[in-house]
Design a protein. Sequence first.
Length: 190
Amino acid sequence: MRTLISTAFLSLDGVVEAPGGEPGYRNAGWTFNDIDFLPEAFDIKGREQKEATAMLMGRTSYEAFSPVWPDMADFADYKVMPKYVVSTTLTEDALVSNWGETTILRSLDDVAALKETPGGPIILHGSASLNHALSDAGLIDRYHLLVFPLLLGAGKRLFSTTDKDTQKLKLVEHDVYGNGLQKNVFDVVR
């Protein structure tokens, strides 16, 4: 079974909304505001591109990333790997043509089936609502979290508020950086 890895920038209070400056959120761009850039704190992002063999995202994240990421040198490895977008509304004609193979999945069952195919890890970027659904369905296997020393208050959160049984995590990698960022890698305990 392929490993599904959710990767996220999040504030200490769990907000994941608009870290790069996406419009419509009061604190948009919070990953760049008043945080010293330390390359070593972001090493995991390069490692994710080297280790992942496919990328998964929801429609909203696809629509945010697809106009920008294909031409960014920082995301060159993602350009050539297969991409999967989970959406009930996205159509084939809405897919960009310069970002490699992209497949639309229509349900969580389709994601579960994808995990059963041969291949390496699948990386899940952005997609707060999809993260909620996949986590609640027990389909996420690992979390790569870069936690920023900020409290943002309102905003989309990484984890749902669904009333469910305890989901245990095992910390498998951790680091703290001089700019206050924390890297936390958790495996989901089954």
